[in-house]
Design a protein around this ligand. Structure first.
Ligand code: COA
Length: 321
């Protein structure tokens, strides 16, 4: 009997303040039309001073626990994907552990930028399959508004803040549900295409996000398409078997290219980039939260998740809900 990681809970948190393209255009040399046509984004949520990766991640986690009907003490491990932790250490995961009142288990952070959730989900699946954990809370929580250069119109219009969480639980059933396969990649030769200039180890630098947009776009379409093929063929599945694409929400044009490759119609693709912009590691769990709660994605359906981010890092998770 195969031991699999099954998704049993979802939760999300978005900061209250919504910033529209029109508001950005009042402060920056840009326009609602430019942002919408190039990216599909119309607005994004921006953190208040009191919102942090920990507070937002803990709020999303509490909602996922309540969805699953579980208590924090039922969780064995917390993995947090974030590029914007509250502190260099301790990890955001242990801060969330404390916020949730968990006194057992363990937690650590994963740093893979916008691919972070896919990397964390893969790690959580490995912990479950290797019997090191029965239930894992996987969180993506990001406050990119604090690492954006708000004078750089080529990057600051693209991102938003938020957190999403899922709970994976070990299942020994033979019903085919759960994570079927995961595929991770990175290529450090491409690290200068998307990066944060400086951090605690390099305090003399700005600590702001820098990006070669066109290059990232090209790599995203190419690498995500081949990663999706890799995941399907490893399970002897074809694109006709896919019910839902739940992609990282960076740009509607990247998402549409991958959906076309999978021959998926628009109503089989979960889109939040229009309202959330790119929330980095939080974007996939926020999209899952929305589409599972509103009943679009149903039990037994096959979901493909894919993401690419700074590193470059990229990967795919195939899961039957
Ligand atoms: N408003 C108005 N004009 C803008 C602008 C903005 N917010 N940002 C850039 N421009 C300008 C540029 O200065 C450039 O002007 P120029 O031709 O006079 O030099 C022009 O628009 C075209 O810029 P370009 O970068 O070629 O546009 P593009 O079609 O590649 O779209 C992105 C830019 C960033 C939207 C697109 O490249 C993209 O989405 N890349 C992927 C980014 C991404 O997803 N990153 C995260 C991955 S996790």
């Amino acid at each position: 009997m195969a031991r699999r990681s099954r998704l049993v809970g979802v939760g999300g948190f978005l900061p209250e303040r919504i910033v529209t393209n029109v508001e950005l255009a009042s402060k920056l040399d840009t326009s609602d039309e430019w942002i919408r046509t190039r990216t599909g984004i119309t607005c994004r949520h921006i953190a208040a001073p009191h919102d942090t990766a920990t507070s937002m991640g803990a709020a999303a986690a509490a909602r996922a626990l309540s969805y699953a009907g579980l208590k924090a003490s039922d969780i064995d491990a917390i993995l947090v994907a974030t590029a914007t932790p509250d502190q260099a250490f301790p990890a955001t995961a242990v801060r969330i552990q404390a916020e949730l009142g968990m006194t057992s288990g363990f937690g650590y952070d994963i740093s893979s930028a916008c691919s972070g959730f896919v990397f964390a989900l893969t790690t959580a699946d490995s912990l479950i399959r290797s019997h090191q954990a029965q239930r894992v809370l996987v969180i993506g929580s990001e406050v990119y508004s604090r690492i954006l250069d708000w004078s750089d119109r080529g990057t600051c219009v693209l991102f938003g803040d938020g957190a999403g969480a899922v709970i994976l639980s070990a299942s020994e059933s033979n019903d085919g549900r759960g994570i079927l396969t995961t595929h991770l990649h990175s290529d450090g030769q491409l690290r200068d295409l998307l990066y944060v200039d400086g951090a605690v180890g390099q305090p003399e630098k700005s600590g702001k996000l820098r990006m070669s947009g066109r290059d990232v776009f090209r790599h995203a379409v190419e690498k995500l398409s081949s990663s999706v093929d890799e995941a399907l063929s490893s399970c002897h599945l074809t694109r006709e078997n896919i019910d839902w694409l739940v992609p990282h929400q960076a740009n509607i044009r990247i998402i549409e290219r991958v959906a076309k490759k999978l021959s998926l119609p628009a109503d089989r693709v979960v889109i939040t980039v229009d309202r959330h912009a790119n929330t980095s590691a939080a974007s996939i769990p926020l999209a899952l939260d929305e589409a599972i709660r509103d009943g679009r994605i149903r039990e037994g359906e096959l979901i493909i998740m894919e993401a690419l981010g700074g590193g470059l890092t990229w990967g795919t998770v195939l899961m039957r809900l």
